[in-house]
Design a protein around this ligand. Structure first.
Ligand code: FES
Ligand code: FES
Length: 161
């Protein structure tokens, strides 16, 4: 059975692209399979785990719940883009320093969500940080080290250290 396709134009990590996609292909499948941007992970594919989190038009979305065709005209930023711009270089360093990742499966989605937190808030207590990442599941760390890394990043950014 042949599946219908559509042409979409969007920016991904600042690059303007025009691609033909299958109408039922979700955004992360497009990013991973068509663009080779495998930093965004797929876990549940049902909107539960947050592994697929990407930034679309400035907001974090679950890429497994969005069709690629719905991203026509959008600005998409993945973990690769966030890494390239250095926007969260300090947070990424603190993740490593605090051992805030083990298997690393949740980490890209977690960092995309935390990048949003760091953009929106310049102060946050541990409970608020935990709440912010409540949609990003981690089976390894118990979250404490992740929250440590975020807390240190926020304090460094406001010059509290
Ligand atoms: S893969 Fe999208 S929420 Fe789990
Ligand atoms: S580090 Fe393994 S799931 Fe989070």
């Amino acid at each position: 059975m042949s599946e219908e396709t559509l042409e979409i134009t969007l920016t991904v990590n600042g690059e303007l692209l025009t691609k033909t996609v299958h109408v039922r292909q979700h955004l992360v499948d497009f990013l991973r399979m068509d663009l080779g941007l495998t930093g965004t992970h797929l876990g549940c594919e049902h909107g539960i785990c947050g592994a697929c989190s990407v930034r679309v038009n400035g907001s974090v979305v679950r890429g497994c719940l969005m069709l690629a065709v719905q991203a026509d005209g959008a600005a998409v930023v993945t973990i690769e883009g966030l890494t390239e711009t250095g926007e969260i270089a300090d947070l990424q360093k603190n993740f490593v320093d605090r051992n805030a990742l083990q298997c690393g499966f949740c980490t890209p989605g977690m960092l995309v969500t935390l990048a949003e937190l760091l953009r929106n808030k310049n102060s946050c207590n541990r409970m608020e940080i935990r709440e912010y990442i409540s949609g990003n599941l981690c089976r390894c760390t118990g979250y404490h080290a992740i929250i440590d890394a975020v807390e240190i990043t926020i304090k460094d950014r406001i010059g509290e250290h």
